[in-house]
Design a protein around this ligand. Sequence first.
Ligand code: TXA
Ligand code: MG
Length: 343
Amino acid sequence: MKTKVILLNPKKTSKKELAPAVKLLKRGEIVAFPTETVYGLGANAFDAKAVEKIFKAKGRPQGNPLIVHISNKNQLRKVVSGKISKTAKKLMNKFWPGPLTIVLNKSTEIPCIVTAGLDTVAVRMPSNKIASLLIKECGFPIAAPSANTSSKPSSTHSDHVFEDLNGKIPIIISQPLGCEIGLESTIVDLSGEIPVLLRPGKITLEQLKKIIGKIEIHSSAKGKKIGNKIVKAPGMKYRHYTPKAKIILVTKGDFRKVAARYLKKGKIEVISFSRPAGIKECGRFFIESYYHSGAEYYSKYLFDGFRRSDSLDIDYIIIEAVSEKGIGFAVMNRLRKAAWKII
Ligand code: TXA
Ligand code: MG
């Protein structure tokens, strides 16, 4: 299959420009598109056969459910069942459209393949104008995981999508700059009595608490690796976010000393916050340093950095941990999951 890339400007995307992608989606094909978090690989959420193509193109295990994307609240009725709680309404009013996914009870119209057999469905209303108009023009919700090969880092640039899915999908809608946020959406499970944070993201725990008060944090949101327990949250059972290089996450001590040690073992990349890497002090060059304004910047470029390390054949990535406040919690969640060693 030949993969076509169409470049669109999210600020002034027209219906006409999106028409080829809409046509494909209506025919039961799959399409990659940008969102404010990461690129998605979408299909008609009501069409089980179309959704199956997503799993095939990504090599995604069938037990891992997808997020259903909507463009307006009317579509929600067809996706979820039962009464929408006050808590859910509060969160939607505050954070939609935006990088928040909410898990609710599923409607019968959503095929089992989308939710991997669960009674619940994850729903999100993206704010990216291309994503939003695409869903609107289709007239149906779009089921979409991140547009990467399973177990590779999520795609934050259309180049990443092309690298993973060229020849496997008919169309990639590309936007000129990378995704605004660069980390996948925050996921909150509202299907039980107490809200549970399943995956941290740009919408922080602090922001959520302000709106809904009590919220539990699922063990996988903390980023700890847990055996093969019930899979309710992403990343518990399936490998995620891993570049080829081994990641050493340094949470204490002098990370430069650790970097110096690994320099003797192979080609390294250093990602640091507190100061410009300082690896020159080790007598060798370093590849990358995100010495900058903190976790926001980290979140935006992390997956891109992981992919670049692959193309540079890096053996070890030494990463300095960040404070778990705000979006730092989400960054550390991804780093812990990707880590080969935590010091
Ligand atoms: O920002 C995002 O969330 C991006 C963009 C494309 O929207 N999507 C994304 O999808 O990251 P994905 O499939 O890579 O991650 C979604 C995660 C899955 O790993 C799955 O475990 C979880 O959401 N999920 C989906 N449905 C669920 C459900 N009913 N209950 C609990 N977790 C669910
Ligand atoms: Mg993913």
